[in-house]
Design a protein around this ligand. Structure first.
Ligand SMILES: [Cu+2]
Length: 102
């Protein structure tokens, strides 16, 4: 029964599927994404659409301005915003979006 016990304690296996946020013109699609904790999320980014995270604590996309697609595990609950450094801003105007993790 050892296997059963450890299976109960273990985190649910990471889903292979990745939630993709794509650039569509000068918007993100979807603009608002809701995922479960530990979901994998990728956000499209490029030289034309550099990705920057809003400064919430634990925002997994924080740390730099990214010019290539970024994939992260959403390991903390909360709302995590991001925007395009060329077409949006940290206030959420223009090209921006949010990920709700619960
Ligand atoms: Cu952009």
């Amino acid at each position: 029964m050892e296997g059963h016990r450890s299976a109960k304690i273990a985190q649910a296996p990471a889903h292979r599927s990745i939630h993709e946020i794509k650039v569509e013109g000068t918007t993100y699609g979807p603009k608002c994404l809701k995922v479960k904790i530990n979901a994998r999320v990728s956000i499209q980014a490029s030289q034309r659409h550099p990705l920057k995270a809003m400064d919430e604590v634990n925002n997994p996309f924080a740390g730099a301005v990214f010019t290539s697609p970024q994939e992260r595990t959403m390991s903390d609950p909360g709302v995590f915003g991001y925007y395009c450094d060329a077409h949006g801003d940290a206030e959420g105007d223009g090209m921006s979006g949010a990920i709700l993790v619960e």
